[in-house]
Design a protein around this ligand. Sequence first.
Ligand code: KIV
Length: 278
Amino acid sequence: MASDAPAAAGRITPAALLARKGKEPIVCLTAYTYPIARLLDPHVDLLLVGDSVAMVLHGHPNTLGATMDMMVAHGQAVMRGSSRACVVVDMPAGSYEDTVENAVACAQRIMRETGCDAVKLEGGVAIAAQIAAIVAAGIPVMGHIGLLPQSVEKEGGYKIKGRSEANAEALYADARAVEAAGAFSVVIEGTVEPVAAEITRRITIPTVGIGASPACDGQVLVTDDAIGLTVDRVPKFVKEYAHLRDIVADAAAAYAKDVRSRAFPGPEHLFSLTKDKA
Ligand code: KIV
């Protein structure tokens, strides 16, 4: 299926983001739907169609519930709703770890069916061959190191990274592997601040932090967290810029009251026998 999204001509490119290393911070938010993409597009440099969609919109307990079909459908919606931001779509768990061939085929499907600008994969040294092969196929890649949500079951929970010297060294190796494989930038998630800052100093591609460091070359948040729509626990690294939870609940309560009292619909919402506007 071909993408019916606006042409990519006016979009911020992965190459332009790469050139922002050490310069103006890269602004990134997640987007999964057409209306949210439309609202965020004028304000951000990068829209991430994260596999967090499995949790945030579909109610799965973790990101392992994301599928290729899910990522493609949400990627298409975000492309239709945006024309300026660089759009990156997450490769879901199971679509790239096993073989380089499958990784390239799945990345090609995401690009072909969404028309997005790049894909994102979780892991460093362990998936450097997959990143290099996808890049060699002409597809820009964003890396993702530190806390890897797709490894939550393997690791027995969400564990902050970089607290021991050995783990910090492993993260530096991951960052260098992602850079050497040709990624244009890398997300650093859930990593102690000094290590995230040091990774940012050590590599030549932009780092985009989430629960990482203000020294990163950019920041990303899950939009639903940032606008206060998250109904469960809000993570420590999140700053809520609005409280839409309360606004939605208040609106639903007001609507229910109006319906029950027959205050809605009012005369202004009704059609008469004479011709009037819809
Ligand atoms: O899936 C996602 O939303 C992400 C961000 C948290 C970086 O990968």
